[in-house]
Write a protein that binds this ligand. Sequence first.
Ligand code: HEC
Length: 117
Amino acid sequence: MRLFLIVLATLLVLGCAQAPKEAPKASPAKDPVELGKALFQDSSLGTTGQTCKTCHPNPETSMSGVGKKYPAYFNMAKKEMTLKEVINFCIEVPLKGKALPAGDERLLALEAYLKSL
Ligand code: HEC
């Protein structure tokens, strides 16, 4: 009986220990391009109620090749910028939001989406 309880307890502990390991797998499995496309239409990046799509309604055509264009001189900021910096510029200035940190999943996803166009 005691052995049975020990085995049962071990199985329970192992079962519980494994559960959280599986959960985070679901999130990186999401395609960054798909996530970026969703964020492009997400007003939570800013505080004006607008989204990237408000000002860039047809990114498939207007942003086509933008991944190869940058780093380049970005007129609005009057300086040379990487694509990530341009994305953050548009979040901070027109969208009046908070720039995303360098490794942020959302910044990488927006960049991946724009590069796919
Ligand atoms: C209120 C309007 C506005 C919003 C909202 C906005 N942008 Fe922009 N964006 C501009 C303007 C104006 C330019 C400079 C002119 C142009 O290239 O279209 C620009 C330029 C860009 C460029 C460079 C395009 C090129 O061809 O060089 C990228 C990339 C970009 N925006 C991404 C974004 C992303 C990503 C978002 C959302 C996080 C966003 N923008 C939100 C107005 C906006």
